[in-house]
Design a protein around this ligand. Structure first.
Ligand SMILES: [Zn+2]
Length: 481
């Protein structure tokens, strides 16, 4: 059901703040490693633990990644942006403040387009600013453990306008940004490890109204399915409250996936006054027009553009283009198969059916595929040359998957070359007809659908290696006689 009908007289208004972890090797303001799997508190120094007198320095790569993302989001890039201190106390924030950007963010005024339910949506990007992450607290009984490995890991916070109108649409927007940062190679996109997390701002108003009502923020959701479910729950909760004349409180809530509900974390009354001011330890960040333009020139083709090109260049249907560009690695793989085979339609069929099924079944990513793209392309070329039939190709594919051998080697070793020798096929046909006199008589008596039975028998007798086209033609001729 669309959100139009599902929420009746009410219209949801949703905006999302996405925290993208920029995949730099070192942290935002010091040289510690950002490696996820390091031992507790192994990646810390005097800067990211806020020791007196320690001075931060800006990670150049993080800025480059942030600018690339901003440009891809259609933002204008500020030539002079400022890092500010956002003051608050939290046990895993030893400095007592987070370095972020406040009134002068790096990127602003962008727009993201995506296709949802067959129509194009355009979502405003208010800003995207660079900041550092906090550490992580783990609570065990009456004791709390703090791991500061994440403290000062670079983040880009992307803030959308309140342009989203339903849970599914909101999740699709988040997926779109997720796809973009992976295409840009600025984020590993790992949701489980928290490299990409969403805070969703949700409010509800009567359809036709234009003012924004009190909004509730649902924090730290790291799955697209949960984005959808949490927003759905929150919309219905707010509609219920409005119907019963209750006032919506501005508050921060968390989503519990096990119970599929949101619950209040803190209300606005307790919210902090962060007292932002420019960080005196960091100079304003200055970028020249030339630097920004050189980064723009290095932007890769983005998913929407690539899907459109797949449609025009390879004559693929829209659906196939969407599936094949869902991940950059998959799109790259597909294009390699096309260039090795010269047959885009067959390449898309094999990648979308056989390859994706095997990857899915074995829980592998496309970059872990035991079949390199070039080999799949070579196999398709063997079909097109008539060396093997499409049916035999499935056997070759399965063998490539398990043994990792080249298709030509498998065809040679297993003797799978297609039989195109007319006398061999004729011999098989004669044997099949002789062995099935009743069916032959029935066929000649008018039961023409038995033709398929004879084709099947001949293919079986030749272990699937006879050229199906030749079997069809020759069998027709024989049965007439
Ligand atoms: Zn450090």
């Amino acid at each position: 059901m669309s959100s139009e009908t599902r929420f009746g007289a009410y219209e949801p208004v949703i905006g999302i703040e996405i925290h993208v972890q920029l995949q730099t090797r070192s942290k935002m303001f010091c040289t510690d490693s950002t490696a996820f799997a390091s031992g507790d508190n192994e990646c810390v120094c005097e800067v990211c633990t806020g020791m007196p007198g320690a001075l931060p320095t800006v990670n150049r790569t993080a800025i480059e990644y942030a600018v690339k993302t901003g440009l891809a989001l259609g933002c204008s890039i500020r030539e002079k942006s400022v890092f500010s201190r956002k003051q608050y106390f939290y046990p895993d924030l030893p400095k007592g403040y987070q370095i972020s950007q406040f009134d002068l963010p790096l990127c602003e005024n962008g727009r993201v387009e995506f296709v949802y339910n067959g129509s194009k949506k355009s979502i405003e990007i208010i800003r995207a600013h660079v900041e550092e992450d906090a550490g992580k607290s783990t609570h065990q009984g009456d004791c709390s453990l703090i791991n500061l490995n994440r403290a000062s890991v670079p983040l880009l916070e992307i803030v959308s306008g309140p342009d989203l109108r339903g849970p599914e649409e909101a999740a699709e927007y988040a997926r779109t940004v997720h796809k973009m940062v992976q295409y840009l190679e600025v984020c590993d996109g790992n949701l489980e490890e928290g490299s990409f997390r969403c805070d969703c701002n949700v409010s509800v108003r009567k359809r036709g109204e234009t003012k924004l009502n009190t909004r509730v923020e649902i924090k730290n959701i790291n799955s697209f399915r949960f984005v959808e479910k949490a927003i759905e729950y929150e919309i219905l909760r707010q509609i219920d409250a409005m119907e019963s004349g209750e006032k919506i409180r501005q508050e921060t809530r968390l989503y519990d996936p096990d119970k599929n509900r949101t619950f209040a974390m803190r209300s606005k009354e307790e919210a902090h006054d962060y007292r932002y001011f420019p960080d005196p330890d960091l100079l304003p960040l200055v970028l020249t027009k030339a630097e920004i333009e050189s980064m723009r020139a290095k932007l890769p083709e983005m998913p929407l553009a690539r899907a459109a090109r797949f449609q025009s260049e390879y004559k693929l249907p829209e659906y196939d283009s969407q599936v094949l560009t869902a991940e950059k690695d998959l799109a790259d793989y597909f294009e390699k198969v096309v260039s090795a085979s010269g047959n885009a339609k067959a390449a898309s069929n094999w990648v979308m059916t056989e390859l994706l099924r095997e990857l899915n079944d074995s829980k592998k990513t496309v970059s872990q595929s035991p079949i390199p793209a070039e080999r799949l392309g070579q196999m398709i070329a063997l079909i097109d040359k008539g060396t093997i039939s499409g049916k035999i190709a499935k056997t070759v594919f399965a063998e490539m998957w398990t043994s990792g051998k080249a298709p030509e080697v498998i065809v040679q070793e297993k003797g799978l070359v297609q039989i195109t020798d007319t006398s061999a096929i004729e011999k098989s046909i004669d044997e099949v007809l002789a062995a099935n006199p009743k069916e032959l008589a029935d066929y000649r008596g008018g039961k023409e659908k038995l033709f398929g039975f004879f084709v099947g028998q001949v293919m079986k007798a030749t272990k699937g290696q006879a050229s199906p086209d030749m079997v069809n033609q020759m069998l027709k001729a024989k049965l007439k006689g």
